[in-house]
Write a protein of this length. Structure first.
Length: 214
């Protein structure tokens, strides 16, 4: 008889990761196509090909599932690692990577449709809007704020209000172009045009916060 004991298969074990991802993918599809109120945990389970019990074992309720789906979408384009400041990597490179990821994220079909959904639901369910904001925009703002605090401490840029600077950075990237996309009266920048916009914003941001010569 072997003396090796096998590890228990509880939630979060490697074999459950595929089911968790299937649930998140199903949730994103259904929330966007049916809306929040018309998406049930039963429907998510059916779409994901898992049991309702499995859905609840990973996400206690629909609000938590919605929050996790928003976070998963953001994490695809802007992993937490992007907001680090590795030794030997130029600050401009770090900011460009964040800018590219964010610009691609906000102009993706999923993101645009989700923002339109939240504009519709916001006045009806402020709590849901808060869940969305904390899972998406607030997560990115917090990561950028932490990064810019480190940049200020390094002395490469002078940023006495990192939170405000983080908001400036993302708002510059959104620009009028993202409003046109959201309103359905324009197409997102792609290819060289998108890269030019991202580089212009990063350059402007770095000039704005460059330390003043004494």
């Amino acid at each position: 008889m072997s003396n090796t004991l096998s590890a228990p298969n509880g939630p979060g074990r490697p074999k459950d990761l595929a089911k968790r991802q299937a649930i998140l993918d199903a949730a994103k599809i259904l929330f966007l196509s049916n809306g929040y109120a018309n998406t049930s945990m039963d429907a998510v389970a059916t779409e994901a090909g898992v049991s309702k019990l499995t859905v609840y074992s990973h996400f206690n309720d629909k609000e938590r599932l919605f929050s996790a789906a928003v976070m998963a979408k953001c994490e695809e384009q802007l992993p937490t690692l992007f907001f680090e400041l590795p030794d030997g990597v130029a600050l401009e490179t770090v900011l460009l990577n964040i800018a590219r990821g964010f610009h691609q994220l906000i102009n993706s079909d999923e993101s645009v449709n989700l923002h339109r959904l939240m504009m519709t639901l916001g006045s009806q369910d402020p709590k849901l809007s808060q869940i969305f904001f904390e899972a998406g925009p607030e997560r990115m703002l917090h990561g950028m704020e932490r990064l810019l605090s480190k940049v200020d401490q390094s002395g490469e840029l002078s940023i006495d209000k990192p939170r405000n600077a983080a908001e400036h950075f993302f708002c510059l990237l959104k620009g009028a172009g993202n409003f046109r996309v959201l309103y359905g009266c324009g197409e997102p920048l792609t290819g060289e045009a998108a890269e030019s916009h991202v580089r212009e914003v990063v350059g402007l941001f770095m000039r704005a916060y460059r330390p003043q010569a004494v």
